[in-house]
Design a binder for this molecule. Structure first.
Ligand code: GLA
Length: 383
C-alpha cells in the first residue's frame, strides 16, 4: 500500500526538481544590456537608449537624455508583456516634452514657492516655470540634460549608471552638484533606482523619478479603475498655487485616505477643496515608517483588468501621487498613442514639496562632506 504513494512522492519530487532547474538550462537566458541609438537633439547630439532585460524577459529602457525611464515591459496575469510607461519613441519627443515623462526631476523635484529660498542667510532665486512657482528644477532641469551613461556589466543584474555635474549656480541653485543614478532590473521583476549626490557648497536637493504608469499598457485608456493603496496616515495640503501650506493633515474621512485599496476614480471628482485646486490628485503623502531608515512600503497599484500590480518601496519621507490631470491628448507618444485626460499616474517618491521654505518638514539641505542618498523600488507582479 505504502509503495505506490512513495513512488508518487518520488515522481513529484523529480518533477519539482526539473521545474526548479529548467530556467538555468535555457540557452539564451540571463540578464542582458543593449545600447541602441535613440535619435538626435536639435543641436545634433546623438542620444542613446539602454535596454535592460532580466531572465524573465522583463525589459526596462532608459535614455541618457534626462536619465529617463522610456519603457518597462512587464507581464499581466496571463504572462502577456505590455509597456506600462508613458513616453516617446525617440529623443525628439522628450526634448519637446512638457510632462516630465519618465524623467529624473532635479535639482528640486516638485515646487518651490515663488522660486525662492534662503540658506545660511542668502536668498536664492530660481526660474519661475509653473504659475508663480519653480517646478522640477527650473526651465532646464535635470530632465532636459544629457547625462553620462555607462553599462554596469559586472553587476549581477542588468544595470545602467547615469552621472551628471550641475555647476554652481545652475538654475539658480548654489554648489557644484555631482549626481549619480543607477537603474537596476532584478530577476524579481523590480526596477531599483538608486541616487547619490555631493556638493561643494551648502545647497538643497530633492530627486525623484517622474514615470507615468498605466498598468493596462501605455495609451490603453485612463487609470481611474486602477486600485491604489498609499501607506500614509497623513498628507500635506496645498494653497491655490499647489504649494504646501505647511500643515500635516490626517487623511481620515477624506478622499486622500488610500490606506484601504481604493479605485483612483472612486472619489476624484468629489467636491473637496484640495481636489478642486489640483483638478484631481496631485499631492504629497507622508509615508508611514515603522523604521527610521531603509526601504518601506509606500504604495501599491493594481489593475483589475490585467492583474498587473506595482508595489513601490522607498527610503523617502514622501510620495507625490499625481493622477495625470494635465494630460489632454495633445502629447502623442510611443506607437502614436495620444495621452488623454488621466491616462497615466505618477508615484514620485520624494521629500515634501517646498521643504526649503518649511522648517517643520524633513530637511533637504545638503552640505559639503555629506552624501545625499535615495533608493526607490518599483516591483511588478500579477494576480
Ligand atoms: C508633478 C506636479 C504636477 C505636474 C506634473 C507634471 O507631478 O506635481 O502638478 O506639474 O509634475 O505635469
Amino acid at each position: 500500500m505504502g509503495f505506490p504513494i512513495r513512488t508518487a512522492f518520488t515522481l513529484l519530487a523529480a518533477v519539482a526538481a526539473v521545474t526548479i532547474t529548467t530556467p538555468r538550462l535555457r540557452a539564451d537566458a540571463g540578464p542582458k544590456i543593449k545600447k541602441l541609438p535613440f535619435g538626435k537633439l536639435a543641436d545634433g547630439t546623438p542620444i542613446q537608449l539602454y535596454v535592460l532585460t532580466n531572465k524573465n524577459g522583463v525589459q526596462a529602457a532608459i535614455t541618457n537624455f534626462g536619465a529617463r525611464l522610456v519603457s518597462l515591459k512587464v507581464p499581466d496575469k496571463n504572462g502577456k508583456l505590455a509597456d506600462v510607461i508613458l513616453g516617446y519613441s525617440s529623443v525628439e519627443g522628450y526634448e519637446k516634452d512638457t510632462a516630465y515623462f519618465g524623467a529624473i526631476a532635479g535639482r528640486y523635484a516638485n515646487r518651490i514657492a515663488k522660486g525662492r529660498f534662503t540658506l545660511d542667510g542668502v536668498t536664492y532665486k530660481l526660474p519661475i516655470n509653473n504659475g508663480v512657482n519653480s517646478l522640477h528644477g527650473g526651465t532646464k532641469g535635470f530632465d532636459k540634460l544629457v547625462w553620462q551613461a555607462r553599462e554596469l556589466t559586472k553587476s549581477a543584474n542588468p544595470a545602467v549608471e547615469l552621472t551628471l555635474t550641475s555647476p554652481n549656480g545652475d538654475q539658480g541653485y548654489p554648489g557644484t552638484l555631482h549626481v549619480r543614478v543607477i537603474y537596476t532590473l532584478t530577476d524579481q521583476n523590480a526596477l531599483r533606482i538608486q541616487y547619490w549626490a555631493t556638493t561643494d557648497k551648502p545647497t538643497v536637493i530633492n530627486l525623484t523619478n517622474h514615470a507615468y504608469f498605466n498598468l493596462d499598457g501605455q495609451g490603453n485608456g485612463d487609470i481611474l479603475d486602477t486600485v491604489l493603496m498609499i501607506n500614509a496616515d497623513e498628507y500635506t495640503p496645498t494653497d491655490k498655487t499647489q504649494i504646501p501650506t505647511g500643515e500635516i493633515v490626517s487623511v481620515k474621512g477624506t478622499p486622500f485616505d488610500f490606506l484601504k485599496p481604493t479605485p483612483i476614480g472612486a472619489r476624484i471628482n468629489e467636491n473637496n477643496p484640495q481636489l478642486k485646486i489640483a483638478g484631481g490628485y496631485d499631492h504629497n503623502w507622508v509615508v508611514n515608517r515603522d523604521h527610521k531608515t531603509g526601504l518601506v512600503l509606500a504604495a501599491r497599484a493594481y489593475s483589475p483588468k490585467t492583474g498587473r500590480v506595482l508595489t513601490v518601496y522607498t527610503t523617502e519621507p514622501g510620495i507625490q501621487f499625481y493622477s495625470g490631470n494635465f494630460l489632454d491628448g495633445t502629447l502623442v507618444g510611443k506607437g502614436g498613442k495620444a495621452y488623454k485626460y488621466r491616462y497615466g499616474f505618477t508615484l514620485e517618491t520624494q521629500h515634501y514639496p517646498d521643504s526649503p521654505n518649511h522648517p517643520n518638514f524633513p530637511s533637504t539641505v545638503l552640505k559639503p562632506g555629506q552624501v545625499y542618498r535615495q533608493t526607490t523600488v518599483f516591483k511588478f507582479s500579477a494576480r
